[in-house]
Design a protein around this ligand. Sequence first.
Ligand SMILES: [Zn+2]
Length: 419
Amino acid sequence: MTVIRCGEDSIVADMGIRLDRVLIHEDTDISKLSHEELAQRGIIPALNGDYGKVRAIVLTHGHLDHIGAVPLLAGKFPEAPIIGTPYTIELVRRELRGRAQNPLYVLEAGEVLQLMPDLSIEFVRITHSIPDTVFLVVHTREGSVAYLNDFKLDDNPVIGTKPDYRRIRELGKEGLKALIIETTRVSNDGRTPSEQVARTLLEDTLLKSSGEKGLIVTTFSSHIARLKSVVDIATKLDREPVLLGRSMEKYVGIAERKGIVDLPENTHIYGSKNAIKKVLRRVAKEKHRYLLIVTGHQGEPDALLTRIANQKMEYRIEEGDEVLFSADIIPNPINVAQRYAVETKLKLQGARLFKGLHVSGHASKEDHYDLLKMLQPEKVIPTHGSLEMQASYAELAESLGYSINREVFLLRNGQRVSV
Ligand SMILES: [Zn+2]
């Protein structure tokens, strides 16, 4: 969570939970832990600063590390509207279940909302790994601040349109007081490949699969573009796509209702335990007719792929069944160990594993270089990464003429900088 303040007025940008601080995954309900427990463990922001008058809570996309704390914290600023793009607001509405009474407000990419006579916010279209991602520009009487958490520069995103480069360049020309920017993959050389590349990787692998055996793909349930690719390939293979898991039902269901994706009629989506049991019993009898798309790419204990690997489900892995991982391991020791366990169990049961069928949703070093050149902010605040990642960004900025502590600021949680 970031606060951008001008005089007495402030804007809250994103309100997330920290996923690596808790054994959590897309199927976990964090509402079962108390607010104090969560803040104490550093899972949600501890609100202990003077934020002035919060005029809006602005959400840039629907990932849990950006919206997950809204049900717990939005109520602390009861008059502030929660503002996001249509997909993000639908996800928030579902998370809230009436727990905070803040008004919800939909703002589309490309739109500007005047909040006060000299305070407005603007959404600019950008690409990431969940639909309807934007970046935020706060226009104040002291100048404008851009907030880019998270993004990649994808000119072929499979779903949606490429970034609004015209507006990005324009913002650079108008002059930006400051840029607040993510740093997740700034240490990776080159550019992040387009989502189209992941689609091709999946297609190459899946189209070579055996016509007889079981086929299972696991990927992020919020990655609608990726899921769309897998469903399209299933159709080419003459298999019916079956999406399983509570989070699959949530993210895909909302995407369909919002008109973001249109999946073929023979696509099955099941979230409840009983429905999943029933359909797996059917699929297991005729594996060649279906392509399963399931949760569990990190080896999360309750996720479906893990339960299949543990032989707890109606579907048993047999010699030659193929399991595709369309996700990298999010590198923390728990994930690494859990994923290792799942992979080993699957292999022992005879599965053929295909890994790395994935591209990242985050910008690499040269994407950051291009963006910084286009936006030309006066000051830069690298965020959303370890100190190491933020420092990598600072080095990149140095190469473009910025100086640390003069124009680039490395901040820790709870710290602020005045520009
Ligand atoms: Zn994200």
